[in-house]
Write a protein of this length. Structure first.
Length: 161
């Protein structure tokens, strides 16, 4: 079976993004974790640095940090929420095909996390947080990454059955 693959143009670069199942961590430079974070009310958390561009909580790993630890730290820092449980959905391996980072290979883990919302006290780059209905997520995700997130959400929905 062929792995889902997308070509994404962003910041004047072209990337080939390949999806890997949770039990098949690909090679490449660790580039952190991203979480589809669900509140007890089953809302999804999205965050923004500027109130215009939104995404799910995500960020890079610190030295020696596991994928899971990165998810938990980033959700706490960006969304002011604590991860109660998390399931690894899989990985994206992104290879830069054209542009200044040509040949760079990055790997990011994707998670489905049940979270508890904490008081909003932004301390880092994120300035806004919203809890939205799952059906609204397409209005918030970066357009160039919608095909990837569509697959991530399909995997998440299969896990929830």
């Amino acid at each position: 079976m062929q792995q889902p693959t997308w070509h994404i143009n962003t910041h004047q670069q072209t990337w080939q993004v390949v999806w890997y199942a949770a039990d098949a961590e690909p090679t490449g430079k660790a580039h952190g974790s991203a979480g589809i974070c669900l509140t007890p009310e089953q809302h999804v958390i999205v965050v923004s640095q500027n109130g215009l561009d939104w995404d799910v909580p995500a960020g890079r790993s610190e030295i020696g940090e596991s994928w899971d630890a990165t998810l938990r730290r980033e959700v706490a820092e960006e969304a002011c929420a604590s991860v109660q449980s998390a399931e690894l959905l899989g990985f994206c391996q992104s290879q830069c095909l054209t542009g200044v980072e040509q040949d760079l290979v990055l790997v990011r883990s994707f998670w489905l996390a049940q979270v508890q919302i904490q008081p909003w006290q932004p301390q880092f780059e994120i300035r806004q947080r919203r809890m939205i209905a799952l059906a609204e997520i397409w209005d918030y995700l970066p357009p160039s990454f919608v095909p990837v997130y569509r697959h991530v959400l399909q995997v998440a929905l299969l896990l929830r059955r």
